[in-house]
Design a binder for this molecule. Structure first.
Ligand SMILES: *Cc1c(COP(=O)(O)O)cnc(C)c1O
Length: 390
């Protein structure tokens, strides 16, 4: 049979390779400690599960959901955005529920990208931005992120002819994998750039609630004029330990939200309603319960940063996100360093180069690892003499 080219053109999903390595070690009887995958280890809050149990009994929730989302869910999202960011959203026209942010990000490419169009994509970055672009037949222009530009795309260095051909720009702050954050002033420069070149901005805001030391990351939609040019993707996954339930939302510019709804309503039938009820319950959570979870991540963050620093790696303490981004010692590249760490210590980290060319020279460690394994992983690394490269 003929397999469409786009299928074979997809680069292997990084985590598939990681899972394969773990399985290989396990078959040799070796337990690998994995800092590889960003998937909260803690349980979904009990009240949220209880809401699923109750609402799953209601017959209307057994039927097809309304594909743009339950009105109550969209209302809860709009309330949450108002309370958290002071951003007002019309629940009917400016909010759509998603089967996780990933689904929305992938489908959004079909709304704004045609063959010949260019998508501006951060490198390193979450792989779905460029894969979505590939599926939609567009060309990716990678915007290099580096320590020198604080991991924020330098808008002035995007060539004029590329900017003119671009229809979308992807951004993601707090950032995966670099854990960088953006200011409102930066977002305002993005709005001006978008208006100048008529570019749709798609901001992936999955990590705005995972922040430390009292820092509160902004929403792109707080930037003046943002709703004229963009939408924001958000997710219940990371904030409420709900990756397995698949629930997110896109919010912002009504014309863009409507386009996403057109694509989605023709390809999926929305989020199961009982799961949207879980989301409503989750978004009603009080700040101290979230703060308790943040405290757990913050303690992990501090221990990981200190162990890596002691081992001689250069690390900056993340203000937000679930990741520690560290540069590998001189003489190593990301893949080689990760390989040696796995061979010598049976500890798995993600090579930064897996997130794009500009991730080379870095590794990513995820903080979503159960306490005992975290301690064991840190122990394995703490007395490790990093071999000199020959
Ligand atoms: C985890 C993650 C997502 C996906 O979130 P879901 O709502 O679970 O699909 C999207 N973007 C980034 C950057 C992520 O790290």
């Amino acid at each position: 049979m003929k397999i469409a080219r786009r299928v074979n053109e997809v680069p292997p999903y990084l985590f598939v390779e990681i899972s394969r390595k773990i399985a290989e070690k396990r078959s040799q009887g070796i337990e690998v400690i994995s800092f590889g995958i960003g998937d909260p280890d803690l349980a979904t809050p009990a009240n949220v599960i209880e809401e699923l149990r109750l609402t799953s009994l209601d017959t209307p929730n057994h039927r097809y959901p309304e594909s743009d989302g339950l009105p109550e869910f969209k209302y809860a999202v709009s309330n949450w955005y108002d309370k958290r960011f002071g951003v007002s959203l019309d629940p009917d026209s400016e909010v759509v529920s998603l089967i996780g942010a990933k689904e929305g990000i992938g489908h959004a490419a079909f709304c704004f990208i045609e063959p010949g169009d260019v998508a501006l994509i951060p490198d390193p970055g979450y792989p779905v931005y460029s894969v979505g672009t590939l599926f939609a037949g567009g060309d990716s222009y990678m915007m290099p992120l580096s320590e020198d530009n604080a991991w924020l795309p330098n808008l002035d260095s995007i060539p004029e002819e590329i900017a003119r051909k671009s229809t979308v720009m992807w951004l993601n702050y707090p950032n995966n994998p670099t854990s960088a954050v953006a200011t409102l002033e930066y977002f305002e420069k993005v709005v001006a750039f978008a208006k100048k070149y008529n570019i749709a901005i798609m901001h992936d805001a999955c990590y705005t609630e995972i922040a430390y030391d009292g820092y509160e990351p902004p929403s792109f939609l707080q930037a003046y004029g943002a709703k004229d040019v963009g939408i924001e993707f958000h997710s219940l996954s990371k904030t409420y330990n709900m990756t397995g339930w698949r629930l997110g939302m896109a919010v912002g510019n009504p014309e863009m939200i409507n386009s996403l709804m057109v694509i989605k309503s023709n390809l999926d039938s929305g989020v199961p309603q009982a799961i949207q009820h879980m989301g409503i319950e989750a978004m009603n959570e009080s700040k101290d319960i979230l703060d308790h979870r943040i405290g757990i991540y913050q303690s992990r963050r501090d221990r990981v940063v200190s162990t890596l620093t002691d081992a001689g790696l250069k690390v900056s303490t993340p203000k937000a996100s679930l990741y520690v981004w560290a540069s590998v010692p001189d003489g190593y590249n990301s893949a080689r360093f990760s390989e040696i760490l796995l061979e010598d210590r049976n500890v798995l980290v993600s090579p930064g180069s897996g997130y794009g060319k500009n991730g080379e020279g870095y590794i990513r460690l995820s903080l979503t690892i159960p306490e005992e394994q975290l301690e064991e992983g840190l122990r394995r690394m703490s007395d490790w003499k990093i071999p000199a490269t020959s």
